[in-house]
Design a protein around this ligand. Structure first.
Ligand code: NAD
Length: 331
């Protein structure tokens, strides 16, 4: 039997976390955090909370319109920096766009110039260009891809290089229920958001030996991005503040997980995962089964009873090798 590494997580009690941590509670003293798209909405709240808990923060925002159009403005990022300073915290603004490699480099350079290091990166910047597929122009596809997906590559790569030097890092990518489950009129956004899960899945493996953990958050909250999408009567319940505590935990030294996806909204927190069913082996491993045999066995092939997560491609391949080593199913 092939032994499969499922990336076991050591869950600790709150008391054990306290004991093991060098810090009391969740603190970010002496740490430097970069939050993209932090001029408003969720990113602003992450930046404020990180600063309240001791982090020095780079508040990045190009200050564009909801669809990413327009000249941009330094005002949203500057305002958040002022808010942090008023609370006695430390922060600098960055107005670069995440959507180019140069922009990503400039954001991380800003952190290093101002504060000397990078410990935390929250990839949060986002735009929307909703259209059903046939109405969606290539420009609308590209704009969404370049902010969400290219943006994560552009900023994470230089940040990761800095984190690796220190043997420590926490990275968040922002996915979405639209990508995880689907939403009408958002093929561009959903594709970008699910691509970030793939990005995380592989980067978690690269980060392991460098003390770098990467997790994905799927928020649901009333912001400029969602004010005409989410039901208005839920706006009180959908306070973006509810998302922040989970993100703080995932950014902390105490975070035990890497490569996980969490939903957060309205005070409800859960984990989403890609699971793989046990499946069936058809034939003797020599003869190729027919499409009709697949059809006859389709219910068993599709079954998720006893499904499990695979921590990496090696685990998935291990399951496959173990399965084909077992007695074959009569077709
Ligand atoms: P928001 O519009 O309030 O904030 C997004 C910020 O990103 C804006 O200030 C915008 O100026 C900035 N931004 C856009 N393009 C940028 C770029 N190229 N470079 C730098 N900054 C840029 O939206 P929000 O709801 O706070 O969204 C934050 C993240 O959460 C996004 O990635 C979004 O897709 C994701 N998300 C939000 C929800 C929700 O319910 N609000 C749901 C799922 C996912």
């Amino acid at each position: 039997e092939v032994v499969i590494d499922r990336g076991l997580v050591e869950w600790l009690t709150p008391e054990e976390i306290e004991q093991r941590s060098k810090r009391q509670g969740i603190r970010f003293d002496d740490q430097v955090a970069v939050v993209t798209g932090a001029g408003q909405g969720l990113g602003r709240l992450y930046a404020l909370e990180l600063a309240k808990r001791g982090a020095k923060v780079v508040v990045n925002d190009l200050g564009g319109a909801r669809d990413g159009s327009g000249q941009g403005s330094s005002t949203p990022a500057d305002k958040v920096v002022e808010e942090i300073k008023a609370l006695g915290g430390e922060a600098v603004a960055s107005y670069d766009s995440v959507s180019t490699p140069e922009g990503g480099e400039a954001i991380i350079d800003k952190a290093v110039e101002a504060f000397g290091r990078v410990d935390i990166l929250i990839n949060n910047a986002g735009i929307l260009r909703d259209k059903s597929l046939t109405k969606m122009e290539a420009s609308e596809w590209d704009a969404v891809m370049s902010v969400h997906l290219d943006g994560a590559y552009n900023v994470t790569r230089p940040a990761y290089i800095k984190m690796r030097e220190n043997g420590y890092g926490r990275i968040i990518v922002t996915t979405s229920a639209a990508g995880l489950y689907g939403n009408f009129g958002q093929t561009n956004y959903s594709a970008a958001k699910m691509a970030l899960v793939g990005f995380m899945n592989s980067l978690k493996l690269e980060g392991e030996k460098n003390g770098i953990k990467i997790n994905a958050i799927a928020p649901i909250a009333m912001t400029r991005l969602t004010e005409d999408i989410l039901p208005p009567d839920l706006s009180e319940k959908l306070k973006p503040e509810f998302v922040t505590p989970l993100v703080m935990f995932l950014c902390s030294e105490q975070c035990p997980v890497t490569g996980s996806i969490y939903n957060a909204g309205m005070g409800y927190y859960n984990r989403a995962a890609i699971v793989t069913g046990p499946g069936v082996v058809l034939g003797d491993g020599q003869t190729i089964p027919t499409a009709e045999e697949i059809a006859r066995n389709s219910k068993n092939i599709a079954s998720l009873e006893g499904a499990a997560e695979c921590y990496s491609i090696t685990a998935a391949l291990g399951d496959m090798l173990n399965a084909v080593g077992k007695p074959v199913l009569k077709t």
